[in-house]
Write a protein that binds this ligand. Structure first.
Ligand code: HEC
Length: 87
């Protein structure tokens, strides 16, 4: 019985660790809010954003600029990179 419990605990750690790893890979600072329907790749496609500069412009001049005030240009560049936009 103890062995079974030990196996289950190990399994929970493995499953938890794997899903944490997956999250850590796909999520960045933006994914906290941008997920599902609002995922950045969807926004980018819809707004025809092609470059990092387009992305920054969309954020800074967009209706939700205040939501993004704490981000730096580097954050947007990193986001653009993970979205595979041009520099
Ligand atoms: C605190 C929550 C939050 C975070 C974190 C966040 N956003 Fe947003 N973002 C929003 C909301 C809310 C909208 C408006 C969504 C809509 O119009 O449906 C938005 C819209 C946008 C838009 C579309 C332009 C606009 O103003 O409507 C872009 C581009 C964008 N975000 C990029 C980013 C990037 C890049 C990051 C990471 C550096 C990021 N966001 C992080 C909340 C957030």
């Amino acid at each position: 019985m103890k062995g079974l419990i030990a196996i289950m605990i190990v399994l929970v750690f493995i499953v938890g660790g794997v899903s944490f790893g997956v999250c850590a890979e796909t999520s960045d600072k933006c994914a906290v809010c941008h997920k599902g329907d609002k995922a950045l790749d969807k926004i980018v496609a819809k707004k025809n954003i092609k470059t990092a500069a387009d992305l920054m412009k969309a954020v800074k001049e967009g209706p939700s600029a205040k939501m993004h005030a704490k981000f730096t240009d580097d954050d947007f560049k990193a986001a653009a990179k993970s979205l595979k936009l041009a520099e």
